[in-house]
Design a protein around this ligand. Structure first.
Ligand code: GLA
Length: 749
C-alpha cells in the first residue's frame, strides 16, 4: 500500500481507491503532491509540483527565485523558513528563537499500525489491514527529530496521521504549535463543512464557502465542546450527500483543538488539524519526546454520505474497541429526566419493574445517588451512596435490579467536585486553580486537576471500590462544565502550557485503568449531553449521550449532523416524556421512537406515567429495536433528506448485503395539499425484489424501482402525503421496513 519512487523520492500511499502523495524537495523539505481518488501507481508525478516566481516573497536559496516555501505546497510546514502561512510546527528555544527548518532524513515502512502512548487511536487487528509510512525529518541546529507517521487502511478510505517530536540535543526547548496534520491542496474551490452549535443543539451542519484567509473552528474550553466538533469536511460546490468529492478530517482527541482551512492569495488551500496552539506550550527536555493526537483524513468520490460511511466503518470497528464493540447494546432506561435528584430506592425499583415489563434490559441510575447530593450544589467528589436515599447502598440496589432480571448502570462525574463535599474539604488543593486567585464555577462545580496523577488515583480508588462491590454493567461518565482559569499548582511556571493536554491525558488514563480492571464495563460518555462527543472518547466509550435535548424534532438535526463523522452505534438516543423538558413540544410516541431507534436506544421517562396504549407502544418499540439493533449498528447509513433544508428529514440504514433496509421519514410540520413526494433510496440491490412495509401501506418493488423512482411517501388509502398520516399531524414520522422477498427477516443479517 505504500510505494516509494527512490529516484524522485516520491511516496505513494494507496489502497486502490484513494491516493496520498508526498515527496522530498530538492531543498530537503517535504512537499505535498496529492490527496484524493486513487492515481495510477506507475505515474511520474513530478508535473504536479507547481512553482512560479512570485514577487514580494523570500527565497531559501540564493539566486533561485522558485524556492519560496510560501509558494510550494508543504507537507508539514514549520515557522522560520519562507512560508508565511500558518505553520504546523512552531518551536521556541531557550534563546527565544522560534526558527526551525526540518529536513528529510529517511523513511521506514511497516505493516500494521502502532499505538500512541496514552492516547486514543485507530488500530488494526491484523497487520495486513494497514501499512504505515514513517518519515523522519530533522532540524539539525536544534537536534529536533520530527517523525511523521501515515497509516493507510486496506479496507477503509482513510489515512491516519500523527507526529512524534524527539529532542536529541542537549538544550531544552518548547513546542508552541504541534499540529497532527497539514495538507496543502492544489486549489481552493471548496466549501468547508463544520459541525457547530451550543448546549442542546450540538453539531448543526454549517457550510461556508472558502475564500482568501482563514476559516477555522476550535475549542479553548478543555473539552472538545458543544460549540464546535473536532471535525472539518471539504466539498466541491456541486458535491451532494450522494456524489462528488468529499474530504473529511477528524481529530481523535477530546481537548482543545483547532481545525483550520487557510486559503492563500494564489488559491492554495492549507488544511490543518491538531491541538489548539492557544494555551498550549510543551517543554521538551533533552531525550524527551512528545506525540500528537491522531488525525484521520478520509476521501470519498461519493459525496458527504460516502465520506461519513468511511468514518463510520473505521470508528465503529477500528477505533471503538473492547467487549462492547460488536455486541448488541442493551436497551436502557435512565431516571434523570423523570426524577432529577428527587428519589428514594423504592421509586427506582418501581421505575425499573415497569421497564422490565416492557422488555427494557438495563436500568441506569443518574445523578443524585452519592454523598450529600440533593441538588447540584453539593456532593460531587464523594462517590459513596447516600444512605438516606439508598438504604442498601449501590450494592443492594444493584442486586435488587439484577434480581428483576435487568442490568444496572450508574452515573459518575469523575472529573468534578463541589466545594461542599468531603473530598474537597480533604483536598482543597486538588482543583485547577492559581493559588490566591478566585475560580469561576460552572453548575456550582470545580474541575479536579487531572493533570496530577495523585488526583486521578484518588478518584480511581473510589470508583474502583463501587465497581468492585456492586453489580455495575455500565457507567454514564458525565462532565458538566468546561475548564476556566487553567493552571495547575503542581507544575512549574514553564509547564503551565501543558496543563490542558495533561488534563485530558489524565481523563484517558482513568478510562484506561477502569477498563483494564473491569473489561466488560460499558461506558457511555456524556458532557452535559454532547459537549465531548468526539472520536477520542469513542476509544474508551463506544457510545455517548448525543445531547441533553431529547426532543425528537430537535434530535433530527442533532443526530443528522452527528452522523457526518460518528456511527449510529455510538449515538445515545432516548424516548423521553412529553411535553419535552427542553423545548416543551408534544410529539407522538411513535415519532420519538423512530428517531431514537437510529442510535443506542433507550428511555428517559417514568413509564408508570404512561397510558396503557402508550405502554403497548413502548413494548412494541423495544421489541422492534431488539430485532433490528444489529442492522442499525452495522448497516450502511444514508442521509436522504436534510432537516436543515426543509420540512422533511429522512435517512436509511441498509444491510451491506442488500437484504434489508430501514427508512425513517419525519415530517416536521403538517402541510395542506402538499406535492407528490418520492424518496429515492440507496444501498439496495437493483435486481432484488423487496417487500415494503410502511405504517399502513405494504407493497412490493424491485431495488432499481426504489432507487431510481423512489419510495412513495403517500398513504394510498387516504390519499394524504406520507404513509398513514391522515395528513394533519405535526411531527409525524413513518418507518418503512424493506425486506428482500422470500427471505426470513431474522436470518439475513
Ligand atoms: C448532565 C447530563 C444529563 C444528566 C445530568 C445530571 O446534564 O447531560 O443527562 O446526567 O447531567 O446532573
Amino acid at each position: 500500500m505504500v510505494t516509494v519512487n527512490e529516484k524522485d523520492m516520491v511516496f505513494h500511499l494507496s489502497n486502490g481507491r484513494i491516493s496520498y502523495l508526498l515527496y522530498v524537495m530538492e531543498s530537503g523539505a517535504l512537499g505535498h503532491l496529492y490527496f484524493g481518488k486513487a492515481l495510477n501507481p506507475n505515474g511520474n508525478y513530478s508535473h504536479m509540483v507547481e512553482k512560479a516566481h512570485r514577487p514580494m516573497t523570500t527565497y531559501i536559496k540564493e539566486g533561485d527565485l522558485y524556492t519560496s516555501y510560501e509558494h510550494l505546497r508543504q507537507e508539514y510546514p514549520c515557522y522560520g523558513t519562507s512560508d508565511y502561512r500558518y505553520p504546523a510546527l512552531e518551536i521556541q528555544g531557550g534563546d527565544g528563537s522560534r526558527i526551525c527548518n526540518i529536513q528529510y532524513q529517511g523513511y521506514e515502512i511497516r505493516n500494521g499500525k502502532q499505538a500512541l502512548p496514552g492516547l486514543p487511536a485507530t488500530y488494526v487487528e491484523d497487520e495486513n489491514e494497514a501499512q504505515t509510512l514513517q518519515i523522519t525529518l530533522k532540524d539539525t541546529w536544534r537536534n529536533l527529530e520530527v517523525v511523521l507517521s501515515y497509516s493507510i487502511f486496506r479496507d477503509v478510505d482513510a489515512v491516519a496521521r500523527s507526529v512524534r517530536f524527539v529532542n536529541l540535543g542537549e538544550e531544552t526547548f518548547f513546542l508552541n504549535r504541534a499540529m497532527s496534520m497539514s495538507v496543502d491542496f492544489a486549489d481552493a474551490d471548496y466549501e468547508s463543512v463544520q459541525l457547530s452549535g451550543a448546549w442542546s443543539r450540538e453539531r448543526a451542519v454549517k457550510v461556508r464557502e472558502l475564500d482568501a484567509g482563514v476559516t477555522a473552528v476550535s475549542s479553548t474550553r478543555g473539552n472538545s465542546s458543544h460549540h464546535h466538533n473536532p471535525f472539518l469536511a471539504l466539498k466541491r460546490k456541486h458535491t451532494t450527500e450522494q456524489s462528488g468529492d468529499a474530504y473529511g478530517f477528524s481529530l481523535i482527541y477530546s481537548g482543545n483543538f483547532l481545525a483550520q482551512a487557510e486559503v492563500d492569495n494564489h488559491s492554495v488551500l492549507r488544511v490543518m488539524l491538531g491541538i489548539n496552539p492557544f494555551g498550549f506550550q510543551w517543554k521538551l527536555m533533552p531525550q524527551e519526546s512528545f506525540v500528537t493526537p491522531e488525525a484521520v483524513m478520509v476521501y470519498s468520490p461519493d459525496g458527504l454520505n460516502g465520506m461519513s460511511r468511511q468514518f463510520h466503518r473505521l470508528y465503529r470497528r477500528r477505533l471503538a474497541r473492547g467487549f462492547w464493540r460488536d455486541r448488541e447494546r442493551p436497551v436502557l432506561i435512565n431516571n434523570w429526566e423523570a426524577t432529577l435528584f428527587d428519589y428514594v430506592e423504592e421509586d427506582l425499583l418501581r421505575f425499573a419493574e415497569k421497564a422490565k415489563e416492557c422488555g427494557i434490559e438495563m436500568f441506569v441510575l443518574d445523578d443524585g445517588w452519592f454523598g450529600s447530593r440533593c441538588n447540584d450544589k453539593s456532593g460531587l467528589g464523594d462517590w459513596k451512596a447516600n444512605r438516606t436515599k439508598l438504604p442498601e447502598g449501590i450494592k443492594g440496589l444493584s442486586e435488587n435490579i439484577e434480581a428483576l432480571g435487568m442490568k444496572f448502570g450508574l452515573w459518575f462525574e469523575p472529573e468534578m467536585v463541589n466545594k461542599d463535599s468531603d473530598f474537597f474539604r480533604a483536598h482543597p488543593d486538588y482543583i485547577l486553580q492559581t493559588p490566591g486567585r478566585s475560580q469561576s464555577h460552572g453548575r456550582n462545580q470545580f474541575v479536579l486537576d487531572f493533570s496530577r496523577k495523585e488526583v486521578v488515583d484518588a478518584i480511581y480508588e473510589q470508583m474502583y471500590v463501587i465497581l468492585r462491590d456492586a453489580k455495575i454493567s455500565y457507567i454514564k461518565w458525565d462532565m458538566n462544565r468546561s475548564i476556566s482559569e487553567c493552571y495547575s499548582a503542581a507544575y512549574p511556571p514553564d509547564r503551565q502550557g501543558e496543563i490542558f493536554h495533561r488534563y485530558i491525558l489524565g481523563v484517558y488514563d482513568l478510562h484506561e485503568r477502569l477498563l483494564r480492571a473491569f473489561p466488560e464495563l460499558l461506558i457511555e460518555s456524556c458532557a452535559s449531553g454532547g459537549g465531548r462527543f468526539d472520536a477520542g472518547m469513542l476509544y474508551y466509550a463506544p457510545q455517548g449521550w448525543t445531547s441533553d435535548d431529547s426532543d425528537a424534532i430537535e434530535r433530527l438535526k442533532i443526530q443528522y449532523g452527528t452522523s457526518f463523522c460518528y456511527p449510529l452505534s455510538c449515538m445515545g438516543a432516548h424516548v423521553s416524556a412529553c411535553p419535552n423538558g427542553q423545548v416543551g413540544r408534544v410529539t407522538p410516541i411513535e415519532t420519538r421512537g423512530n428517531v431514537a431507534y437510529t442510535g443506542a436506544f433507550g428511555y428517559e421517562l417514568d413509564l408508570n406515567g404512561l397510558s396503557d396504549a402508550e405502554l403497548e407502544t413502548v413494548k412494541e418499540q423495544v421489541a422492534f429495536y431488539k430485532k433490528n439493533r444489529r442492522l442499525i449498528a452495522t448497516g450502511d447509513f444514508y442521509r436522504l433528506l436534510s432537516p436543515f433544508e426543509g420540512n422533511f428529514a429522512a435517512w436509511e440504514i441498509a444491510a451491506p448485503d442488500g437484504t434489508r433496509a430501514l427508512v425513517t421519514v419525519t415530517r416536521m410540520l403538517s402541510e395542506a395539499n402538499g406535492p407528490y413526494r418520492r424518496l429515492p433510496l440507496r444501498g439496495l440491490y437493483a435486481e432484488k425484489e423487496y417487500h415494503i412495509q410502511g405504517r399502513y401501506n405494504a407493497y412490493d418493488a424491485y431495488g432499481d424501482e426504489l432507487m431510481q423512482y423512489g419510495l412513495i411517501l403517500e398513504d394510498k388509502s387516504s390519499g394524504q402525503i406520507i404513509d398513514g398520516s391522515g395528513g394533519c399531524e405535526d411531527f409525524l414520522s413513518v418507518l418503512y421496513e424493506i425486506t428482500e422477498k422470500q427471505r426470513d427477516a431474522g436470518s439475513v443479517i
